[in-house]
Write a protein that binds this ligand. Structure first.
Ligand code: ATP
Ligand code: MG
Length: 420
């Protein structure tokens, strides 16, 4: 073992588990790609103010969880804690919103960094796949995203998740509610920090997980009783569209999210097998974010799904993904001359697009056949001195156990014949 360990709150993805992460990223992005979302990639760090202004100065992410640094040139940067602000920044910078085809639909996949209290399902480095639809106010867009996320989890074989849905109102009705909630919170027996939070961002108090706080919130005013007619109608349309799509959801009038920029539609996917860190993904509408970071009004909606917790959810449900073997052919050569011949064939097969591995390290026949087995390859190629003398390579179908000698020139066809 080396003297170095992965930093606290982080872990390495290593085979075979790492293949599950790739498959999860793929399954989620496949949904976005199937719906016209284009791939976007942004830097791992940004101007710290992009997040401070966009994500919200009073959020946990900005006050406690952000990794910030000053460069040698004096720039204030932050490792990205989330994707939405960066993606919107990139879209604005590239003027994607001016090309007349709103909404701009983008998906992304990458690493995010938050200085959190590390625990099961909560890491300091984690990965998300996200999708954003920028520049359109249309309940069908909100519905599309919820349906796509649901389909992503379903396609992975997850069953024990629930969709929580709420509306956070808009700049007409939310301030009225905010006042009412603040008045209510001021009358409660809360610690100083929570009271301070109630003054800056009272909605976040609803999200407080502590039982003694939750007990006091039972009679808190609910936003749904304050929604303006436009927000109410919008929300009803989203509900109707996802219901018609057969998506099962629960109305959660106390659902708020850890980011300040959300308006109207807000949702979270929670998994019941994960304990305290139950949110596997979430998202919603952020109609005001563009203006907050200096852009024009661009009503938008999106989600980010956590890859780490989705993998944990698969493990909690005992779902085994049907991962195809990465190697189709494994070549076992005994003796120098056979090694040279087969190594050449390995390259040939790879150039023909067939995933092929080789018995490296000069192991004997037994050890090499073990490696062939472990690789999951459908076909083992075996060649020793006797085979060379006879001018053949043994082609073994690992599934049927059948083996036959094939001339080197006919090898590619023989392999193709078995792989189908
Ligand atoms: P939580 O309430 O668990 O802190 P959040 O509201 O901060 O989640 P978002 O910012 O909405 O989460 O991120 C979307 C998803 O990314 C989450 O649902 C979760 O699956 C994942 N995620 C967020 N923070 C972490 C983390 N520290 N470690 C692992 N996954 C995370
Ligand atoms: Mg969080």
């Amino acid at each position: 073992m080396s003297t170095f360990q992965a930093p606290k709150g982080t872990y390495d993805l290593i085979p075979p588990r790492s293949a599950v992460f790739l498959a999860v990223r793929d399954a989620i992005s496949a949904q976005a790609r199937s719906a016209g979302y284009g791939y976007v990639e942004t830097p791992g760090f940004e101007d710290v103010n992009l997040f401070a202004r966009g994500v919200g100065e009073s959020t946990d992410i900005v006050t406690k969880e952000m990794y910030t640094l000053t460069t040698k040139g004096g720039d204030q940067l932050a490792l990205r804690p989330e994707g939405t602000a960066s993606v919107l920044r990139a879209a604005l910078q590239a003027n994607l919103h001016k090309q007349g085809n709103l909404p701009v639909k983008l998906w992304y996949s990458g690493s995010y960094y938050r200085y959190e209290r590390a625990q099961a399902g909560r890491y300091r480095h984690f990965s998300q796949v996200g999708a954003e639809a920028i520049g359109a106010e249309d309940p069908a867009l909100d519905a599309e995203l919820i349906i796509l996320a649901d389909q992503a989890y379903r396609s992975l074989g997850l069953r024990q998740y629930r969709i929580l849905l709420n509306s956070l109102g808009d700049k007409e009705c939310r301030p009225v509610y905010r006042e009412a909630l603040q008045t209510f919170l001021r009358g409660l027996d809360l610690d100083e920090e929570t009271l301070r939070r109630a003054e800056i961002n009272p909605l976040r108090v609803l999200d407080d997980k502590r039982p003694d706080v939750q007990k006091q919130l039972v009679d808190a005013p609910l936003l749904r009783d304050y929604l303006c007619d436009a927000c109410k109608a919008y929300h009803e349309e989203v509900r109707a569209l996802i219901t018609a799509a057969g998506v099962v959801f629960e109305d959660d009038p106390k659902l708020v999210r850890g980011l300040d920029y959300y308006t109207r539609t807000t949702f979270e996917f929670v998994h019941d097998g994960l304990g305290a860190q139950s949110a596997v993904g979430g998202g919603g509408r952020y109609d005001g974010l563009s203006e907050m970071i200096g852009g024009p009004a661009l009503p938008s909606v999106g989600w980010a799904l956590g890859v780490d917790r989705t993998v944990l959810a698969l493990e909690a449900e005992g779902v085994e993904l049907d991962l195809p073997a990465t190697t189709s052919v494994f070549a076992v050569a005994i003796g120098e001359e056979a090694r040279r011949l087969l190594f050449g064939k390995v390259t040939e097969l790879r150039r023909a697009g067939i995933a092929t591995d080789f018995s490296f390290g000069g192991k004997g026949l037994k050890g090499s056949m073990k490696d062939a087995n472990r690789s999951g390859a459908r076909i083992a190629l075996v060649a020793g001195e006797r085979d060379l003398a006879e001018g053949v390579i043994q082609v073994k179908d690992m599934e049927s156990g059948e083996q036959r000698p094939v001339a080197p020139d006919a090898l590619l066809d023989a392999v193709r014949g078995i792989l189908g």
